[in-house]
Design a protein around this ligand. Structure first.
Ligand SMILES: [Ca+2]
Ligand SMILES: [Ca+2]
Length: 279
């Protein structure tokens, strides 16, 4: 920037000097005016730069290894103006839909423009959907290469007003743990609580699934993994369910695998625990 201003000044002086007919006082006056103009220009440019750093820089996406990190999900019945607030680690990232949308009554739409890059922190993060009015649900939620949860989560006022997803994030793009399993008869809302080392990873299903039939494949990226012994527990809250073909992996490499079919029943045998070791 300075180089450009200096060059302009030289050009202007070069041009005025060429006729060589002006008096020295006229030349001095012109030089003073030029210097004044340069000082004013520099001050204006510096002010503009300061404004840009103060207000515009925080809005620009952070340069990250794998970013930007965009949240996408299926939004169902997002029809009231700003009926759902989305918070990332406690900070509001979106309020949807921005306008009253009667055309979305009982309709599903794919939302994929929410940039979470500036809100993610290294380690455990939480993403909350808060129902401000009416009802809605979201499903097939994903943050590309960071988190995925295909379970539907129903929300309504006044009984079930928010849902929080806990997940792990690392800017290095490594150390992601996941679980995969097949479930049977996960039908009643909040029927099975999944915990890892005592902390809740998910509660499934997040909406009643009365017509669900057969074995359903599920896959979750999980936080809360520690070096050494880990306990992954499925607890039945309603009636009965089954789990089989459970896999724990890290960065797409299998660490643990148990194909056995396990049954859980609220009465008698409410939970089953998978113990695995992380070196
Ligand atoms: Ca709604
Ligand atoms: Ca059941």
């Amino acid at each position: 920037m300075n180089a450009r201003i200096r060059k302009k000044q030289v050009n202007r002086e070069g041009y005025t000097a060429a006729p060589a007919l002006q008096s020295s006082s006229a030349n001095n006056k012109k030089t003073k005016l030029t210097a004044k103009a340069v000082i004013i220009t520099v001050l204006v440019l510096m002010t503009l730069l300061l404004i840009e750093f103060a207000f515009l820089a925080p809005l620009m996406p952070k340069a990250s290894a794998g970013g930007p990190y965009i949240l996408s999900f299926d939004a169902f019945d997002y029809d009231n103006k700003r009926e759902v607030t989305i918070l990332m680690n406690g900070e509001t990232v979106a309020s949807l839909p921005p306008v009253k949308s009667p055309q979305q009554d009982n309709q599903q739409e794919w939302i994929s423009e929410i940039d979470l890059t500036d809100f993610l922190v290294e380690g455990t993060n939480n993403l909350t959907f808060k129902q401000e009015k009416g009802s809605s649900f979201q499903g097939d939620l994903a943050i590309w290469h960071v988190y995925g949860n295909d379970d539907q989560k129903c929300l309504w006022k006044p009984d079930r007003t928010s849902w929080t997803y806990n997940f792990y994030f690392s800017e290095s793009g490594t150390n992601y743990y996941y679980i995969e399993y097949q479930n049977y008869d996960f039908m009643t809302i909040d029927e099975v609580t999944i915990t890892l080392n005592g902390q809740v990873v998910d509660v499934q299903p997040g909406c009643s699934q009365p017509y669900r039939d057969g074995w359903i494949y599920a896959n979750l990226r999980v936080p809360f993994v520690v070096t050494g012994t880990n306990n992954l527990t499925f607890t039945e809250n309603t009636d009965t369910a089954k789990i089989r073909n459970l896999v724990v992996g890290k960065d797409n490499q299998v660490l643990f695998n148990d194909t056995t079919e396990r049954s859980i029943s609220k009465v008698g045998n409410p939970s089953t625990t998978y113990t695995f070791n992380v070196p």
